[in-house]
Write a protein that binds this ligand. Structure first.
Ligand code: MG
Ligand code: MG
Ligand code: MG
Length: 309
Protein backbone atom coordinates (compact mmCIF):
# COMPACT_ATOMS: atom_id res chain seq x y z
CA UNK A 1 0.00 0.00 0.00
CA UNK A 2 1.00 3.57 -0.67
CA UNK A 3 2.68 5.40 2.23
CA UNK A 4 0.67 7.94 4.16
CA UNK A 5 2.72 10.83 5.47
CA UNK A 6 1.77 12.40 8.79
CA UNK A 7 3.03 15.95 9.04
CA UNK A 8 2.59 19.09 11.15
CA UNK A 9 3.15 22.75 10.37
CA UNK A 10 6.23 24.56 9.07
CA UNK A 11 8.67 25.81 11.76
CA UNK A 12 7.86 22.55 13.54
CA UNK A 13 7.36 22.76 17.30
CA UNK A 14 7.33 19.93 19.80
CA UNK A 15 3.56 19.36 19.54
CA UNK A 16 3.77 19.12 15.76
CA UNK A 17 6.65 16.60 15.82
CA UNK A 18 5.34 14.55 18.76
CA UNK A 19 1.88 14.40 17.18
CA UNK A 20 3.24 13.15 13.85
CA UNK A 21 5.29 10.43 15.55
CA UNK A 22 2.59 9.30 17.98
CA UNK A 23 -0.24 9.41 15.46
CA UNK A 24 1.78 7.30 13.01
CA UNK A 25 2.46 4.84 15.83
CA UNK A 26 -1.25 4.69 16.67
CA UNK A 27 -2.36 4.31 13.03
CA UNK A 28 0.20 1.59 12.36
CA UNK A 29 -1.00 -0.30 15.42
CA UNK A 30 -4.65 0.05 14.45
CA UNK A 31 -4.09 -1.06 10.87
CA UNK A 32 -1.36 -3.59 11.73
CA UNK A 33 0.77 -2.07 8.98
CA UNK A 34 3.83 0.16 8.65
CA UNK A 35 2.12 2.42 6.13
CA UNK A 36 2.02 5.56 8.24
CA UNK A 37 5.18 7.60 8.28
CA UNK A 38 5.87 10.63 10.49
CA UNK A 39 7.68 13.43 8.65
CA UNK A 40 8.50 17.08 9.39
CA UNK A 41 8.37 20.30 7.36
CA UNK A 42 11.72 21.65 8.54
CA UNK A 43 14.47 21.41 11.15
CA UNK A 44 13.37 20.79 14.73
CA UNK A 45 13.97 23.26 17.58
CA UNK A 46 16.12 22.70 20.66
CA UNK A 47 13.48 21.41 23.06
CA UNK A 48 12.09 19.06 20.42
CA UNK A 49 15.56 17.67 19.82
CA UNK A 50 15.96 17.23 23.60
CA UNK A 51 12.62 15.42 24.03
CA UNK A 52 13.27 13.13 21.04
CA UNK A 53 16.60 12.07 22.52
CA UNK A 54 15.27 11.75 26.06
CA UNK A 55 12.58 9.33 24.94
CA UNK A 56 14.70 7.53 22.34
CA UNK A 57 13.11 8.63 19.10
CA UNK A 58 14.82 9.20 15.79
CA UNK A 59 14.23 12.60 14.28
CA UNK A 60 11.64 12.16 11.50
CA UNK A 61 12.90 12.96 8.02
CA UNK A 62 12.19 16.30 6.40
CA UNK A 63 9.70 16.27 3.53
CA UNK A 64 10.34 18.82 0.76
CA UNK A 65 6.81 19.06 -0.63
CA UNK A 66 3.35 17.62 -0.06
CA UNK A 67 2.69 17.38 -3.80
CA UNK A 68 1.53 13.95 -5.05
CA UNK A 69 1.55 12.57 -1.50
CA UNK A 70 -1.19 11.08 0.65
CA UNK A 71 -1.11 13.08 3.86
CA UNK A 72 -2.60 13.44 7.32
CA UNK A 73 -2.17 16.97 8.70
CA UNK A 74 -1.61 17.31 12.42
CA UNK A 75 -1.38 20.39 14.66
CA UNK A 76 -2.52 22.80 11.92
CA UNK A 77 -5.17 23.11 9.25
CA UNK A 78 -4.66 26.52 7.63
CA UNK A 79 -3.04 26.46 4.24
CA UNK A 80 -0.58 29.22 5.19
CA UNK A 81 0.92 26.94 7.84
CA UNK A 82 1.35 23.87 5.65
CA UNK A 83 4.40 22.75 3.76
CA UNK A 84 4.25 23.75 0.08
CA UNK A 85 2.58 21.51 -2.49
CA UNK A 86 -0.62 21.04 -0.51
CA UNK A 87 -2.88 21.87 -3.50
CA UNK A 88 -1.44 18.81 -5.25
CA UNK A 89 -1.63 16.51 -2.22
CA UNK A 90 -4.33 14.05 -1.28
CA UNK A 91 -5.37 15.00 2.26
CA UNK A 92 -7.03 12.09 4.01
CA UNK A 93 -7.37 13.43 7.53
CA UNK A 94 -6.78 16.47 9.76
CA UNK A 95 -6.15 16.33 13.52
CA UNK A 96 -5.75 19.71 15.16
CA UNK A 97 -6.53 22.13 17.98
CA UNK A 98 -6.43 25.47 16.12
CA UNK A 99 -9.19 27.58 14.71
CA UNK A 100 -10.53 26.12 11.49
CA UNK A 101 -9.75 27.73 8.16
CA UNK A 102 -9.97 24.82 5.80
CA UNK A 103 -11.70 23.68 2.68
CA UNK A 104 -11.21 20.59 0.59
CA UNK A 105 -12.86 19.08 -2.45
CA UNK A 106 -13.72 15.76 -0.79
CA UNK A 107 -15.17 14.62 2.53
CA UNK A 108 -12.37 13.66 4.91
CA UNK A 109 -11.89 12.73 8.55
CA UNK A 110 -11.61 16.02 10.42
CA UNK A 111 -10.76 15.86 14.11
CA UNK A 112 -10.50 19.29 15.69
CA UNK A 113 -10.94 19.83 19.41
CA UNK A 114 -10.44 22.95 21.54
CA UNK A 115 -7.73 21.39 23.69
CA UNK A 116 -4.32 22.70 24.73
CA UNK A 117 -2.29 20.45 22.43
CA UNK A 118 -2.73 18.10 19.49
CA UNK A 119 -0.87 15.62 21.69
CA UNK A 120 -3.84 15.56 24.09
CA UNK A 121 -6.18 14.59 21.26
CA UNK A 122 -3.82 11.77 20.34
CA UNK A 123 -3.46 10.52 23.93
CA UNK A 124 -7.26 10.39 24.04
CA UNK A 125 -7.32 8.42 20.74
CA UNK A 126 -5.05 5.76 22.26
CA UNK A 127 -7.47 5.40 25.16
CA UNK A 128 -10.58 5.30 23.01
CA UNK A 129 -9.02 2.54 20.94
CA UNK A 130 -7.83 0.64 24.01
CA UNK A 131 -4.24 0.84 22.87
CA UNK A 132 -1.44 0.83 25.37
CA UNK A 133 0.74 3.96 25.41
CA UNK A 134 4.43 3.05 25.69
CA UNK A 135 6.68 4.84 28.14
CA UNK A 136 8.43 6.57 25.21
CA UNK A 137 5.26 7.75 23.46
CA UNK A 138 3.88 8.91 26.82
CA UNK A 139 7.02 10.95 27.47
CA UNK A 140 6.90 12.56 24.05
CA UNK A 141 3.19 13.42 24.26
CA UNK A 142 3.64 14.75 27.79
CA UNK A 143 6.51 17.00 26.64
CA UNK A 144 4.34 18.39 23.85
CA UNK A 145 1.38 19.14 26.11
CA UNK A 146 3.64 20.84 28.66
CA UNK A 147 5.14 23.13 26.02
CA UNK A 148 1.90 23.93 24.19
CA UNK A 149 0.04 24.73 27.44
CA UNK A 150 3.05 26.57 28.94
CA UNK A 151 3.07 24.06 31.82
CA UNK A 152 -0.74 24.47 32.15
CA UNK A 153 -0.52 28.29 32.53
CA UNK A 154 -1.84 29.10 29.06
CA UNK A 155 -5.52 30.06 28.72
CA UNK A 156 -5.67 27.32 26.08
CA UNK A 157 -5.10 24.65 28.76
CA UNK A 158 -8.19 22.64 29.70
CA UNK A 159 -9.09 20.13 32.43
CA UNK A 160 -8.66 17.42 29.82
CA UNK A 161 -5.06 18.50 29.17
CA UNK A 162 -4.27 18.40 32.88
CA UNK A 163 -5.84 14.95 33.19
CA UNK A 164 -3.62 13.63 30.40
CA UNK A 165 -0.52 15.40 31.71
CA UNK A 166 -0.98 13.47 34.94
CA UNK A 167 -1.72 10.15 33.25
CA UNK A 168 1.15 10.44 30.79
CA UNK A 169 3.63 11.56 33.47
CA UNK A 170 2.85 8.34 35.38
CA UNK A 171 3.41 6.16 32.33
CA UNK A 172 6.58 8.06 31.38
CA UNK A 173 7.82 7.87 34.98
CA UNK A 174 8.29 11.63 35.24
CA UNK A 175 7.76 12.27 38.93
CA UNK A 176 7.56 16.05 38.90
CA UNK A 177 6.04 17.17 35.60
CA UNK A 178 6.18 20.87 36.55
CA UNK A 179 9.92 20.65 37.08
CA UNK A 180 10.28 18.73 33.81
CA UNK A 181 8.23 21.44 32.05
CA UNK A 182 10.55 24.15 33.35
CA UNK A 183 13.52 22.12 32.12
CA UNK A 184 11.97 22.13 28.63
CA UNK A 185 11.37 25.89 28.75
CA UNK A 186 14.92 26.55 29.89
CA UNK A 187 16.16 24.72 26.81
CA UNK A 188 13.58 26.46 24.65
CA UNK A 189 14.64 29.89 25.80
CA UNK A 190 18.41 29.44 25.79
CA UNK A 191 19.06 32.38 23.51
CA UNK A 192 22.79 32.74 23.88
CA UNK A 193 23.47 30.24 21.13
CA UNK A 194 20.87 31.55 18.68
CA UNK A 195 20.91 34.25 16.00
CA UNK A 196 18.10 36.85 15.93
CA UNK A 197 16.63 35.10 12.90
CA UNK A 198 16.61 31.74 14.71
CA UNK A 199 14.89 33.33 17.71
CA UNK A 200 12.23 34.95 15.49
CA UNK A 201 11.63 31.97 13.21
CA UNK A 202 11.88 29.25 15.87
CA UNK A 203 8.12 29.29 16.44
CA UNK A 204 6.71 31.48 13.73
CA UNK A 205 3.33 31.56 12.02
CA UNK A 206 2.04 33.34 8.95
CA UNK A 207 -1.48 34.72 8.97
CA UNK A 208 -2.88 35.69 5.58
CA UNK A 209 -5.46 38.24 6.61
CA UNK A 210 -7.64 40.10 4.11
CA UNK A 211 -5.66 43.27 4.75
CA UNK A 212 -2.24 41.74 4.55
CA UNK A 213 0.14 39.04 5.62
CA UNK A 214 1.25 39.16 9.24
CA UNK A 215 3.97 36.97 10.71
CA UNK A 216 3.87 36.31 14.44
CA UNK A 217 6.74 34.60 16.22
CA UNK A 218 6.75 33.65 19.87
CA UNK A 219 9.52 32.75 22.25
CA UNK A 220 9.07 31.87 25.88
CA UNK A 221 11.54 32.61 28.61
CA UNK A 222 11.81 32.17 32.34
CA UNK A 223 13.51 35.59 32.58
CA UNK A 224 12.65 38.44 30.23
CA UNK A 225 15.79 40.39 31.11
CA UNK A 226 17.79 37.78 29.16
CA UNK A 227 16.51 39.61 26.08
CA UNK A 228 17.51 43.15 27.09
CA UNK A 229 20.70 43.15 25.03
CA UNK A 230 19.09 41.37 22.10
CA UNK A 231 16.10 43.61 21.54
CA UNK A 232 17.79 46.03 19.18
CA UNK A 233 19.06 43.29 16.90
CA UNK A 234 15.74 41.48 17.02
CA UNK A 235 13.92 44.65 15.93
CA UNK A 236 16.40 45.16 13.09
CA UNK A 237 15.88 41.60 11.92
CA UNK A 238 12.09 41.92 12.15
CA UNK A 239 12.25 45.01 9.93
CA UNK A 240 14.45 43.16 7.45
CA UNK A 241 12.11 40.16 7.27
CA UNK A 242 9.09 42.45 6.95
CA UNK A 243 10.55 44.30 3.97
CA UNK A 244 12.19 41.37 2.24
CA UNK A 245 9.29 38.95 2.56
CA UNK A 246 6.60 41.53 1.94
CA UNK A 247 4.71 41.39 5.22
CA UNK A 248 2.32 44.03 6.48
CA UNK A 249 3.94 43.46 9.84
CA UNK A 250 6.20 41.02 11.59
CA UNK A 251 5.90 40.58 15.33
CA UNK A 252 7.90 38.71 17.91
CA UNK A 253 6.42 38.34 21.33
CA UNK A 254 8.61 37.22 24.16
CA UNK A 255 6.59 35.56 26.88
CA UNK A 256 7.86 35.51 30.43
CA UNK A 257 6.25 32.32 31.74
CA UNK A 258 7.03 33.17 35.36
CA UNK A 259 5.53 36.68 35.23
CA UNK A 260 2.83 35.54 32.77
CA UNK A 261 3.09 38.46 30.39
CA UNK A 262 4.66 39.20 26.99
CA UNK A 263 6.90 41.82 25.46
CA UNK A 264 5.86 42.59 21.88
CA UNK A 265 8.46 43.71 19.33
CA UNK A 266 6.92 44.99 16.10
CA UNK A 267 8.09 45.95 12.61
CA UNK A 268 5.38 47.03 10.21
CA UNK A 269 3.80 49.44 7.77
CA UNK A 270 0.86 50.84 9.69
CA UNK A 271 1.62 50.53 13.37
CA UNK A 272 -1.58 52.22 14.55
CA UNK A 273 -3.47 49.16 13.30
CA UNK A 274 -1.14 46.89 15.24
CA UNK A 275 -1.84 49.03 18.29
CA UNK A 276 -5.57 48.53 17.70
CA UNK A 277 -5.06 44.76 17.57
CA UNK A 278 -2.87 44.73 20.66
CA UNK A 279 -5.08 47.20 22.53
CA UNK A 280 -1.92 49.02 23.68
CA UNK A 281 0.31 51.83 22.42
CA UNK A 282 3.77 50.97 21.16
CA UNK A 283 6.81 52.88 22.29
CA UNK A 284 9.92 52.49 20.13
CA UNK A 285 8.19 49.54 18.43
CA UNK A 286 7.66 47.62 21.65
CA UNK A 287 5.19 47.13 24.45
CA UNK A 288 4.92 44.79 27.43
CA UNK A 289 1.42 43.43 28.03
CA UNK A 290 0.71 41.58 31.29
CA UNK A 291 -1.51 38.50 31.10
CA UNK A 292 -0.92 37.73 27.42
CA UNK A 293 0.75 34.39 26.81
CA UNK A 294 -1.15 32.62 24.01
CA UNK A 295 -0.85 33.42 20.30
CA UNK A 296 -3.73 31.16 19.43
CA UNK A 297 -6.24 32.28 22.00
CA UNK A 298 -5.25 35.86 22.84
CA UNK A 299 -3.16 37.36 20.02
CA UNK A 300 -4.33 35.89 16.69
CA UNK A 301 -8.09 36.44 17.32
CA UNK A 302 -7.52 40.17 17.98
CA UNK A 303 -5.48 40.53 14.80
CA UNK A 304 -8.21 38.75 12.90
CA UNK A 305 -10.76 41.23 14.20
CA UNK A 306 -8.74 44.20 12.92
CA UNK A 307 -7.07 42.78 9.81
CA UNK A 308 -9.76 40.48 8.42
CA UNK A 309 -12.52 43.02 7.95
MG1 MG B 1 2.19 23.72 16.93
MG1 MG C 1 -0.09 22.48 19.03
MG1 MG D 1 3.04 26.89 20.61
Amino acid sequence: MEKIYIIGHTSPDLDTVASAIAYANLKNQLTKTENYLPVIAGEVNAETDFALKKFHFEKPSILESLAQKKVILVDHNENSQSLKGREKAEIIEVLDHHKVDFSYSKPIVFKVFPLGASATIIARCYEKNNLEISKEIAGLLLSAILVDTVITKSPTCTEEDIKYIEKLAKIAQIEDWRAYGLELFKIRSSVNTKTPEEIIKGDFKDFNFKQGKIGIGQVETVDLSDFDDLKENLLKKLKEIQEKENYHSVILFITDIMKEGSLFLVAGKDLSKIEDALGEKLKNNEVYIPGIISRKKQVAPKFMEIFDK
